[in-house]
Design a protein around this ligand. Sequence first.
Ligand code: MG
Length: 382
Amino acid sequence: MQKRRDFLKYTGMAAGSFLISATGSGCGGNSSTTSGSKLELTFRPYDLQLKHVFTLAGNSRTTTPVVITQLSYDGFIGYGEASLPPYLEETQDSVMKFLASLDLEQFHDPFLLEEIMDYVFNVAPGNYAAKAAVDIALHDLVGKLVGQPLYRLWGLNPENTPDTSFTIGIDEEDVVRTKVKEAEEYNILKVKLGRENDREMISTVRSVTQVPLCVDVNQGWTDRLLALDMIYWLKEQGVVFVEQPMPKELLDDIAWLTQNSPLPVIADEAVQTREDVLPLYGVYSGINIKLMKCGGLKAAREMVTLANAMKMEIMVGCMTETSCAVSAASQLSPMARWGDLDGNLLISNDIFDGVKVIGGKVILPDRPGIGVNLEPGNQLFE
Ligand code: MG
């Protein structure tokens, strides 16, 4: 009930017209009132409960705040989400303020997606998770209006989805062993490195499994010679790529490392938006695209096009999110060489049913739009 009170409190401060409760639910509805239909955006804050304490760079947490959006049009509803892990600048408050500032009712045709998203992007700088929450809902809505999954509208083969990696965080040896054993369904594990115990971490993982690994250094290495030496050793240990090995500011060192590395070097912290991609040509082998960083599916697809043109590898990642945002990102995954789409598997109170991981592989639902259903009985949108 705390959440509902927060929401009510917020509606008191915000522009009321954007907070009208949406009518109807699910993807059904009538299509007899097309003329005069308007896009109606509603949104609610929601707190994701993590199954395990999440430790990153010395910070521990058990929840991730998100905002869930609904975009209604002509009896159809598209769902979206902004995920707001605490290391990013956006908060539930900033997202709801941004969403309340939008006038989407001026648009009478959701198929003008390019125009609508250009408007949303130009309302204010930044606010990428908030923009993603609109973009995802709009894509979902358009898919539902034509009755097709996004991957079909984009001409992608759902069989080409990648395996998703499952992340093993930095922890005590016993805990790492237990986590790796629990992850036996996965065909690739992502191991977090960047501390003094990198070789021990890998050796501990290797004492349990022989599946391919990737490593995420989160900018943790500062000496390029030591980094290259480590990458050669990691290759011998069955590691297939290295994510963000050094601080993103060290462009020359990273370019040198990429040139000499026997493994692909993937940018994560160094690439947020579309504008970041071009300057990374020749610096990294590939980019990790996340909807919450770039502002949604339209921006992400533009990044894919840019990266393809530059012959850079593509990885699609996510934050801790419900199946809503993860299913949206998964629609792009047939275009990616690697997927890091385990965010919905880390929470215990998902309100959506959507993409699945079966045998370690991303399995796209055969449902329109982003392919999600709101779980019955949830308290969020009644
Ligand atoms: Mg990363």
